[in-house]
Ligand binder design. Structure first.
Ligand SMILES: Nc1ncnc2c1ncn2[C@@H]1O[C@H](COP(=O)(O)OP(=O)(O)OP(=O)(O)O)[C@@H](O)[C@H]1O
Ligand SMILES: [Mg+2]
Length: 240
């Protein structure tokens, strides 16, 4: 489980996370919604140690992410992350791109890495694109490749940062469907998304971020269906 306890994070003089506490339980799907600059991406980066924190703590399965003695590379193997866009290696096929980290980081044999990559690419509906170069994929297919790449590391957690927001509208659905499947499979997920209907459908809880704080949190029915805070209401109005 992910335990975020009273985390503060500044970039220079700019304080962007101002005391966030949030626990994500095993198998839970938590969506983070909120306006631009509210600190959503920064929090995800802090969870997998890509960003430092100023105070507080983040623990993943009991291991403190930012403690000096923590083997951050090992911890990160448990945490897959999918961004808006992932720049695949253009000279490697889809299959080779997905095999890379399992080979290099996990030390799998070529055969095992390939089996894992084929399995995950099949899982995201790209079984027919193994030998294709990434440049030939649609945006939605590229994002599904990015998800397969993360899954090939057998993560216990998946973080998504607006995985669909760089896509043409007609491609959004296929990526959301892939994420939905993962959620239904019981993957523990934290997703930053502007797709409110999707967040409502797949999440166990929704957190509305504002000014570096969890401003309102609860079930989708509560936060999206019946928000209590005026700022949450305004935000939901603004994106509909
Ligand atoms: N590496 C950085 N250096 C300096 N400031 C940063 C850095 N990363 C983010 N910020 C600032 O921190 C604040 C929070 O940024 P963050 O990317 O977490 O917001 P967000 O909620 O993800 O917004 P969006 O919805 O636009 O993606 C913003 O004011 C941003 O400019
Ligand atoms: Mg962001």
């Amino acid at each position: 489980m992910i335990e975020i306890d009273n985390v503060y994070k500044s970039f220079g003089a700019l304080e962007v996370i101002k005391g966030v506490s949030l626990t994500v339980n095993k198998g839970e799907v938590v969506s983070i919604i909120g306006g631009s600059g509210s600190g959503k991406s920064t929090l995800l980066m802090c969870i997998n140690g890509l960003e430092s924190i100023n105070s507080g703590s983040i623990r993943v399965d009991g291991t403190e992410v930012h403690a000096p003695g923590t083997n951050i590379n090992k911890l990160r193997q448990k945490i897959g992350i999918v961004f808006q866009q992932w720049n695949a290696f253009p000279h490697l096929t889809v299959l080779e791109n997905v095999m890379l980290a399992p080979r290099k980081v996990l030390g799998l044999s070529k055969q095992d890495a390939e089996a894992m990559a084929v399995k995950q690419l099949t899982h995201v509906g790209l079984a027919d694109k193994l030998k294709v170069f990434p440049g030939k994929l649609s945006g939605g297919q590229q994002q599904r490749m990015a998800i397969a790449r993360a899954l090939a590391m057998s993560p216990d957690y998946m973080l998504f940062d607006e995985a669909t927001s760089a896509l043409d509208p007609q491609l959004v659905g296929e990526v959301l469907d892939t994420m939905r499947l993962l959620a239904e499979d019981g993957m523990t997920m934290v997703l930053v998304t502007h797709e409110i209907r999707f967040a409502r459908d797949v999440s166990d809880r929704v957190a509305f971020f504002r000014n570096g704080l969890v401003h309102e949190i609860g079930t989708p029915e509560q936060v999206i269906g019946n928000p209590q805070q005026p700022e949450t209401i305004d935000f939901l109005k603004s994106i509909n």
